[in-house]
Design a protein around this ligand. Structure first.
Ligand SMILES: CC(C)(COP(=O)([O-])OP(=O)([O-])OC[C@H]1O[C@@H](n2cnc3c(N)ncnc32)[C@H](O)[C@@H]1OP(=O)([O-])[O-])[C@@H](O)C(=O)NCCC(=O)NCCSC(=O)C[C@@](C)(O)CC(=O)[O-]
Ligand SMILES: NC(=O)C1=CN([C@@H]2O[C@H](COP(=O)(O)OP(=O)(O)OC[C@H]3O[C@@H](n4cnc5c(N)ncnc54)[C@H](OP(=O)(O)O)[C@@H]3O)[C@@H](O)[C@H]2O)C=CC1
Length: 403
């Protein structure tokens, strides 16, 4: 094995490539050498990037060309009381962010939820999707392929499910556009976010489609999935988990903790989150669900790019006679408690704050619970920001806490 200085020399001599260092040294030594090369190239120092508590080998499945870690401040909001399908508990919600005032805001929302005897939350749909695109001769052939897929769903499920001991095929929705056929496969991926699982399973199913029909696979992902891009199909049909959290807050709690009347908050929600979003052509009919989704994703090892889908949320508020009803429905929240970044030591500790590290019993229970808790956190954030806007406290709050 080589030491870091020797690796630096060998890269500079062109003997080995920057991405090949782990073949010649352990992961930490490789990262040290690479960091030195990058720092020299940029004429800077990367000492803080190189000070990390994890073993670089633990990150090998998650990163290539590693040079260190970026440290994001981690806070907690809560306790957050959420009654879900299987669990009714109050835990702290870990949030990793650089936006001052965000954790304070969600924390205030949690206090409102506690004073209201807690939020309810339910996962209403589970389907991680992958939609390959096939080439056919024309729309007549497209129709024949779609008919074959409808008649042979079991054969496709057998092929897909042979690749996984956890995933279950729950849906195949075909779409024909001219001489292109898209098949949107949906899977219950249990406690995994499931994008690798769904992709591998769909690859096997595509081989059956190609061998039994005239369709030729152009790409395993045809963008009707839709992964990591804003898309109405996710907002309408859902992706990953569709989840709603709601709460009924006594009027006096609203006025005391949010410094605004229920009527003012309801009017604000209509004019801002519904009318304003409609006029803007937004897919997100909410104030800042993405803030809580992003901070919770970073804290618990989710795929950060999928905050795009996590922002597909509708916030509703209704001022009733003696209470304020509020809800947040996230159509496409893609979360897991196994796989991906969830295994990394700090992210796995984030999951353990919620009692959700690893697989659930039954499988899927932990990821369901994570979705419920994030939805309730988003609800807390919505209530607090709506309160701050209705009471004209937003800019003063950020002047005080966010700069
Ligand atoms: C800042 C507050 C909470 C003050 O709120 P407040 O009611 O004026 O202050 P308070 O001192 O009476 O505290 C109330 C509660 O807030 C929490 N709290 C208060 N301070 C802290 C703190 N330091 N650390 C932790 N928690 C804190 C805590 O729960 C506390 O209760 P207590 O425990 O004292 O009984 C409020 O004004 C607020 O929530 N403002 C909104 C800020 C916000 O939501 N920012 C989110 C980001 S905005 C953005 O990114 C998106 C945007 C706005 O562009 C989207 C859009 O277009 O709408
Ligand atoms: N491939 C792609 O196109 C894309 C990949 N990604 C990346 O994919 C990764 C996430 O994929 P994902 O499939 O979630 O994770 P992994 O690829 O890490 O796979 C997780 C595996 O864990 C096993 N497992 C063990 N216990 C459970 C349980 N209780 N519930 C479910 N599965 C369990 C399953 O094995 P088994 O199947 O054998 O049962 C499952 O396939 C992330 O790193 C993400 O960044 C993101 C976007 C696109």
């Amino acid at each position: 094995m080589s030491d870091a200085a020797e690796l630096v020399d060998r890269v500079e001599d062109g003997e080995i490539a920057l991405h090949e260092l782990e073949a010649h040294a352990d992961a930490d030594t490789a990262a040290t050498a690479r960091r030195q090369l990058v720092a020299d190239d940029a004429e800077t120092t990367l000492d803080t990037v190189g000070e990390y508590a994890i073993d670089a080998a633990d990150a090998e499945p998650n990163i290539e060309n590693m040079i260190g870690t970026v440290q994001i401040p981690l806070g907690v909001a809560g306790p957050l009381p959420v009654a879900g399908e299987r669990a009714d508990s109050e835990t702290y919600l870990p949030l990793a962010t650089t936006e001052g005032a965000l954790v304070a805001s969600v924390n205030r929302g949690c206090a409102v939820l506690r004073a209201a005897d807690g939020a309810n939350a339910r996962v209403t749909k589970r389907a991680m999707t992958r939609a390959p695109v096939f080439r056919v001769a024309d729309i007549v052939e497209a129709e024949a392929v779609v008919e074959w897929v409808r008649d042979n769903r079991d054969a496709l499920a057998d092929a897909a499910e042979a690749t996984t001991s956890h995933g279950e095929l729950v849906d195949i929705t075909p779409y024909a556009v001219g001489d292109s056929v898209f098949l949107r496969f949906g899977y219950d991926t249990k406690d995994a976010m499931g994008m690798n699982m769904a992709t591998i399973a769909t690859g096997e199913a595509c081989e059956v489609v190609e061998s039994e029909t005239s369709a030729e696979l152009v790409a395993l992902s045809g963008n009707l999935c839709t992964d990591k891009k804003p898309a109405a199909i996710n907002a309408v049909e859902g992706r990953g988990r569709s989840v709603t959290a709601d709460v009924r807050i006594p009027n006096d709690v609203v006025e005391e903790r949010l410094h605004a009347t229920p009527a003012a908050i309801a009017e604000l929600n209509t004019r801002k989150n519904l009318i304003g979003s409609a006029k803007a052509g937004s897919l997100g009919f909410n104030a800042h669900a993405a803030n809580v989704v992003a901070a919770a994703f970073l804290a618990t090892g989710q795929d950060a790019a999928q905050v795009v889908e996590g922002a597909n949320a509708i916030t509703t508020v209704e001022a009733r006679e003696d209470e304020l009803y509020a809800s947040v429905s996230l159509a496409s929240l893609e979360v897991g408690t196994v796989g991906g970044g969830t295994k990394l030591p700090t992210q796995s500790e984030g999951l353990s704050v919620l009692g959700l590290r690893g697989g659930g019993d039954p499988p899927g229970a932990n990821a369901d619970r994570l979705a419920e808790v994030i939805a309730a956190g988003a609800l807390a954030g919505e209530l607090s920001l709506l309160g701050a806007l209705a009471s004209r406290h937003l800019s003063s709050a950020h002047a005080e806490l966010g700069r």
